[in-house]
Design a protein around this ligand. Structure first.
Ligand SMILES: Cc1cc2nc3c(=O)[nH]c(=O)nc-3n(C[C@H](O)[C@H](O)[C@H](O)COP(=O)(O)OP(=O)(O)OC[C@H]3O[C@@H](n4cnc5c(N)ncnc54)[C@H](O)[C@@H]3O)c2cc1C
Length: 379
């Protein structure tokens, strides 16, 4: 990876890794079993100045480049992809529209609290009837004398029950992508409710909820940027979102491979370590090779993004390949563990469950392929 990493990146990785391995790894299985996001991780990262790394110093960040965010996601997901998911939504996906398109007042009010870990952020786009087709959302924001009145339901919202503020996409204009605006809604606003926490197959260490807006009155100053420009603001964020989600897959796959390799060397059958059987050793070769390929795509996309090149195709390729790769790798890690891999007491079962969402959440594999197809000039 050296061509993509300088000394600062390497130093950051070793410091961040030390924190993750010492403080997060020991509580990762417990958080998964409890189905709870450990807020203390977000708060500790905030105290260390490692939470919203890409923010400028004035808001508590360190103006970190995309590669730095990839490293953080990769390292955190090694311990827990679920915890990393909550952190990524908070620190990158929800906060960036405020940084890029928010007013000075919005930035001053929300960004320092997000960076210090004293307030949790969420972003609500998806609805029961609008997932991949974000442009079809029906949650409405109607203007009134004081501001806007929001009505509607949002589904699968990460950090939904623990958020202090939510960036919400709502319809303010014509049908389709030209009629959507973004708002910041404080969680204590009357009419806003985290209606229910959703139980999940994987990413159980992240919080996921259904949100209901019932005549939720917000001031006009809650609008991010210009009215009806929300869809474009969301699209601006997409490449970075896809790249950091790909990085999460890399960390999760690394954890699965490390455990599978360790087990293959230790476990003996027919008088020899199972790692000596060609089917097993080649399975590990394929896992490592697939991970390496996804890693190169991800770091390359991050490099392009931070050097200002168009990376839409590369970001989708990284996300697509990494999502498929981590599903294959974690399934193979179970296979290598045999019956033990199928038991809840094994570590690899969590990796397998956490990986499943990686071809779905934040843009499915099919949608990534559509993006790539369009970039290839296929209409
Ligand atoms: C754990 C989790 C956390 C999430 N967190 C958030 C969050 O914080 N905020 C938020 O707003 N959303 C969040 N989401 C929602 C997520 O982004 C959506 O689930 C995702 O975009 C897919 O939408 P959908 O689930 O409605 O599936 P659908 O869009 O209904 O897709 C169903 C199937 O149809 C396929 N499909 C759809 N359109 C096409 C097409 N044009 N071509 C080919 N195939 C197609 C899909 O690939 C998929 O296989 C989260 C989801 C999960 C599971």
């Amino acid at each position: 990876m050296t061509i993509y990493l300088d000394a600062e990146h390497e130093m950051f990785r070793s410091e961040y890794r030390r924190y993750v391995r010492e403080e997060v790894l020991p509580i990762a299985a417990e958080a998964d079993e409890a189905g709870e996001f450990p807020l203390k991780v977000l708060q500790a990262l905030g105290r260390m100045g490692y939470l919203c790394l890409q923010l400028p110093e004035q808001y508590g960040g360190s103006s970190a480049d995309a590669t730095m965010l990839v490293i953080a996601a990769e390292e955190m997901a090694y311990a827990s992809s679920g915890i990393d998911a909550s952190l990524l939504v908070h620190s990158v996906i929800a906060v960036n529209p405020i940084l890029k398109f928010g007013s000075d007042e919005q930035r001053e009010r929300y960004l320092p609290r997000a960076a210090s870990g004293t307030a949790v952020a969420a972003i609500a786009m998806t609805e029961p009837d609008a997932g991949s087709d974000v442009a079809s959302i029906s949650t409405s924001a109607q203007r009134n004398v004081d501001g806007f009145l929001i009505n509607g339901v949002k589904m699968f919202i990460t950090n939904g029950t623990i958020a202090d503020f939510v960036v919400v996409a709502a319809r303010t204009g014509e049908p389709g992508h030209r009629g959507i605006s973004l708002f910041i809604v404080d969680a204590d606003t009357p009419g806003f409710k985290a209606a229910r926490r959703l139980e999940k197959l994987g990413w159980r260490a992240s919080d996921t909820a259904e949100l209901v807006f019932d005549d939720c009155a917000i001031p006009a100053s809650s609008l991010i940027g210009e009215e009806n420009k929300g869809f474009y603001y969301l699209m601006e964020n997409l490449n970075l979102e896809r790249i950091v989600m790909a990085a999460d897959c890399l960390g999760l796959a690394r954890a699965a491979i490390d455990q599978a390799k360790g087990y293959a060397l230790e476990r003996r059958q027919f008088g020899q370590p199972i790692a000596s059987f060609q089917d097993i050793r080649f399975m590990i070769v394929d896992m490592e090779t697939r991970l390496r390929a996804a890693q190169l795509l991800t770091y390359d996309a991050a490099w392009k993004l931070q050097t200002g090149e168009d990376c839409t195709m590369e970001a989708s390729m990284a996300r697509y390949v990494a999502g498929e790769m981590v599903n294959r790798v974690t399934a193979d890690a179970i296979q290598i563990h045999g019956g033990y891999g199928f038991m809840m007491e094994s570590g690899v079962q969590r990796f397998y469950r956490d990986a499943r969402v990686m071809t779905i959440g934040g843009g499915t594999s099919q949608i990534q392929k559509e993006v790539i197809a369009r970039r290839l000039g296929l209409g």
